[in-house]
Design a protein around this ligand. Structure first.
Ligand SMILES: [Zn+2]
Length: 287
């Protein structure tokens, strides 16, 4: 946050410096482009092979084999979800929120991909449908499905509430769910929990002070976000204690609802699709 009264006065050419036009860091056309049409065609005649109901203020894990699809669906009422994704056979390879943000922007929608951590850095999931794609950016600069937030967590809550202990933040929900899914201790599982895709959450940065904000999610029952699994995935989804995130999180105050995860097996993989290999950098780092 920038101070209202900075310590340093502006130089004579301040306006000239500010007027320099920005350059997009990572033009999307330089990335490998997913074949969205082939992915969507592959949905014809697919079979729903699994569903997991994530209870309110809790989390569950789910498996999605490479070449399958999954949907996160709003049921019962407006609710946001915090999504973690791991390589199902190597938890060290996990969703990299920061690089995904750099590549695709602050909020994800159809055609964007979720990328994995170093040294793997490859697409792990491609978004193939988003019933909230109509929302765009509102007048506050808010949009849906962000990769700018982290995940609500009990450590930040402890700081902000001067010692509070709250156990149903998404961080803890995901920790318990992963521990149960993989037979890990809570401490082991916690080290694998990472920054999330904030599914259905409506967020942005205030234009004047650059502060992270949230507002009531536009999601309604029946809305969904659909993904194509590029590699074998283990997912973790928390139905955030913030509910629709219209007021607060990290408490039992907000009205919360479950979220539904559905996994679909296509008759055949998308035409021409191959599961992406790990990143091609040779890792010699100049030596
Ligand atoms: Zn949360």
């Amino acid at each position: 946050m920038k101070p209202a009264y900075p310590d340093h006065s502006a130089p004579a050419d301040a306006d000239t410096r500010r007027a320099i036009a920005p350059v997009i860091c990572y033009p999307p056309e330089t990335l490998p482009i997913p074949d969205l049409a082939a992915c969507r065609d592959a949905r014809d005649g697919w079979t729903r092979v699994a569903e997991v109901l994530v209870p309110a203020r809790d989390a569950r894990c789910f498996e999605v084999p490479a070449g399958h699809f999954f949907r996160i669906r709003s049921v019962e009422g407006p609710q946001v979800g915090d999504l973690n994704l791991w390589n199902a056979v190597n938890l060290a390879e996990r969703f990299y929120s920061g690089k995904t943000r750099a590549l695709h922007g602050t909020h994800l929608s159809t055609g964007d991909r979720m990328w994995t951590s170093h040294p793997y850095l490859r697409p792990m999931a491609t978004i193939t449908d988003d019933t909230l794609d109509w929302y765009g950016f509102d007048a506050f600069g808010g949009s849906v499905h962000d990769v700018i937030g982290t995940r609500c967590d009990p450590y930040t809550h402890n700081l902000l509430s001067h010692g509070g202990q709250y156990h149903h933040c998404c961080h803890s929900n995901l920790t318990r769910a992963l521990a149960d899914a993989r037979g890990l201790s809570l401490a082991e599982a916690e080290s694998h929990v990472h920054d999330v895709l904030n599914v259905f959450m409506c967020t942005g940065f205030t234009r004047d002070t650059g502060q992270y904000f949230m507002k009531a999610s536009p999601v309604r029952p029946g809305d969904y976000l659909e993904f194509f699994a590029e590699i074998d995935l283990l997912g973790g989804l928390s139905a955030c204690p913030g509910g629709d995130c219209s007021a607060e999180h990290s408490s039992d105050t907000a009205t919360c609802h479950p979220l539904l995860v559905e996994v679909f097996r296509p008759k055949a993989p998308p035409a021409g699709w191959v599961s992406p290999p790990v990143n091609g950098y040779d890792r010699s780092h100049g030596r």
